[in-house]
Design a protein around this ligand. Sequence first.
Ligand code: FAD
Ligand code: NAP
Length: 468
Amino acid sequence: MIGTEENPLRVAIVGSGPAGFYTADHILKHEGTHAEVDMFDRLPTPYGLVRFGVAPDHPKIKSVIRVYEKTAARPEFRFFGNVEVGMDVTAEELRDRYHAIVFAYGTSVDRHLGIPGEDLPGSHSATEFVNWYNAHPDFADREFDLSCERVVVIGNGNVAADVARMLALPREELEGTDTADHAIEALAACGVKEILVLGRRGPAQAAFTNPEVRELGEMVDADIDVDPGEMDLDELSRAWLDSDDADPTNRRNVDIFTEFSQREPEGKNKRIVMRFLRSPVEIQGDGRVERIVVAKNELQRDDSGRLRAVDTGERETIDCGLVLRSIGYKGIPIDGIPFDERRGLIHNDGGRVHDGEGEQVPGLYAVGWIKRGPSGVIGTNKKDAHETVAKLFADLESGKVPEAPLADDRGAIEALLSERKPDHVTFEGWQAIDAAEVEAGKPHGRPRIKFCRVHELVEASKATKTAA
Ligand code: FAD
Ligand code: NAP
């Protein structure tokens, strides 16, 4: 029987972001089952978007890591960082060694607008920009021309808000954070005067949450600018706000934007300008971004009752030197795992992986953004993990979790990795990296100074081994 002391339930979790850690926690706390969890991440560092997504000026949010550290401290838990599933080890090789695999590898790729000029130098995804300022090793060498006066940010979600704020932070604030060193220099010295945030729908439909909007109006070095004319809402938006379909968040956003629209500029160095009902239709420039053409939209109700942005045919051309699109993410497939190309997610039903036709693939599960799509805050993944783990244990109980030929040997994965990826990073290795980063930050009053390259991270991970 699987799940006993003699034959513990052995689970591989692919991805060490919030979804992966909540899954590990739920599995290891499940009463009456002996379980062991091995977690893999393609990067040498754990915690996914908590390290590489959450904005550096929001350090409190990152304290959720303390919860994950408790999970990692359990003897039944192991971390194998710097191991990319699908590249360094295949999903099939994991299936030989584990009773179940839970895919928690997030949605790392940006969505595209599909408009002319989108690939011009100076047009980037927010993903690239966020990863760059957060010291993601794959993006350390990116360059953003921040010498221009106006940056256009496309999208009205919290990632767009993060990006706008980061562009508006003064050096003194940046220097107190764990922003990558290369980004602190570039951002602090930047010539940007205006950050123009464009929403394709109206202020009532913006996806921002209230604290994130409020913060845009509390910047030390940037005025907020909302056109009062845009707060004169169309009839559909008014009716929608009064209906049960609207969330209190939407209503409060409108109140906050209205207050912003009544402010006089204080003459700060920069301006965050928010404009609504505008969609980019073309990015233009001679060899690089010089301007963006936007369509003026109006709202119409579609068959499903959703208010959609519809092009009125009216155009506006805005000079700018940098365009950052922040319009969401999608996942990428891992070889052999059923994947819904249209949605950019693993085919699954409440976390149980199926073949795309509804037939369950035994032993495979999904959780977090690669299960449900790129939305929701860190805490959303806890409930989500609960659902997936409940499915896994229901399957265990009904005998649907398959035996695996090498699952009785906890050393089988280490044997494979010693061949394939001898420089993999254990949790102890991560703790050495963590200590080195925190130590480096201390003299500068910073929470840490992040290593920006895989080889530096791997080198730092060896410190405990060298000391031992
Ligand atoms: P992720 O956090 O993306 O973790 C996936 C992990 O899988 C990564 O570590 C990745 O390296 C790894 N991986 C990928 N491919 C492979 C592979 N083939 N093999 C092995 N490992 C792999 N929420 C908040 O509550 N507050 C915030 O302030 C906040 N800020 C955010 C800022 C940004 C820019 C973004 C994009 C999101 C933010 N969120 C925030 C949302 C939050 O980060 C997500 O809800 C959460 O991280 C999703 O968790 P996940 O585990 O599904 O994915
Ligand atoms: P999001 O909240 O889904 O916002 C995406 C935005 O892009 C929406 O405004 C959407 O408009 C717009 N958009 C989509 N396609 C577009 C197109 N073709 N043209 C123009 N605009 C387009 O996504 P996100 O900002 O990437 O955030 C992802 C998740 O992480 C969210 O749940 C967010 O709350 C969370 N997060 C939280 C924090 C925090 O708590 N501080 C920080 C960052 C991220 P429509 O509404 O019209 O589709």
